[in-house]
Design a protein around this ligand. Structure first.
Ligand code: KIV
Length: 280
């Protein structure tokens, strides 16, 4: 039986000074590939709103959307710890609702942990979810579900008071029982200060090299999502180009009659064919 990654092992990686790579996945084939490559944590992020569903923000993503994709990822990733994102308005209205929705992500979705956005304001909610035995990953800095309040996808923690608030948010999440916390789009020194002050691992995205781990949106790092390329992402492949090229070739070969060739087709026994022809 395949041994699955646990939150204890992820936390031990910080203590041993081992960096934690994390990637998003949203469906069975990508989850399988990411898992086979040995990535220890997979995030089914609500970023699927943009990179899979074509919305212009994550606020439209529903619990049903998340469950649909988390289930597919759970079928594909057998070794990685699967973290399921709690979508906008699945945890903000009340702690009770948050607990129920976190439970659905574990019980129906098959994830091993949930992630939600916010600092001190969500600490009590985190405490309630953790008290039910559900591991929670925090997420502070640029929290995309609050895009309208933040006034856009901007660097957070630029002033000393804002940076101090982020440090306090991170400590509050640790105190509430988060096993790890995502730091998104904050200045490198702020991420470093938080990482040094926390016992739990920080996972950065646009937060510089000093975090305990890094997370990237798979479609960004594969060059598959080309509507925009965030500053924090590095393209390790150019899949959009490769797909466009392959589809163009396929289309041309069908038009020219070059596809399918004999090796893609099914022959028939000559005697059976003769019999058929005689009967026609
Ligand atoms: O939804 C997501 O993919 C995320 C990461 C960018 C951290 O929250």
């Amino acid at each position: 039986m395949t041994m699955r990654m646990t939150i204890n092992k992820i936390q031990a990686m910080k203590r041993k000074g081992e960096r934690v790579p994390m990637l998003t996945a949203y469906d069975y084939p990508t989850a399988r590939l990411v898992d086979e490559a040995g990535v220890p944590m997979v995030l089914v992020g609500d970023s699927l709103g943009q990179v899979v569903l074509g919305y212009d923000s994550t606020v439209y993503v529903t619990m049903e959307d998340m469950l649909h994709h988390i289930k597919a990822v759970a079928r594909g990733a057998k070794r990685a710890l699967i973290v399921g994102d709690m979508p906008f308005m699945s945890y903000q209205a009340s702690a009770e609702e948050a607990v129920r929705n976190a439970g659905r992500i574990i019980q129906e979705g098959g994830a091993q942990a949930v992630k939600l956005e916010g600092g001190q304001t969500v600490a009590e909610t985190v405490r309630r979810i953790v008290s039910c035995g559900i591991p929670v990953m925090g997420h502070i800095g640029l929290t995309p579900q609050s895009v309208h309040q933040l006034g856009g996808y901007r660097l957070q923690g630029k002033t000393a008071p804002d940076a101090l608030r982020l440090v306090r948010d991170a400590l509050a999440l640790q105190e509430a029982g988060c096993f790890s916390v995502v730091l998104e789009t904050v200045p490198t020194p702020v991420a470093r200060i938080i990482t040094e002050r926390l016992a739990i691992p920080t996972i950065g995205i646009g937060a510089g090299p000093h975090c305990d781990g890094q997370v990237q949106v798979l479609h960004d790092m594969l060059g598959l999502f080309t509507d925009f390329v965030p500053r924090h992402s590095k393209q390790y492949a150019t899949l959009a180009e490769a797909i466009r090229e392959a589809v163009t070739r396929y289309s041309r070969e069908v038009q020219e009659g070059a596809f399918p060739a004999a090796e893609h087709s099914h022959p028939m026994d000559e005697a059976v064919l003769q019999e058929l022809m005689a009967a026609l």
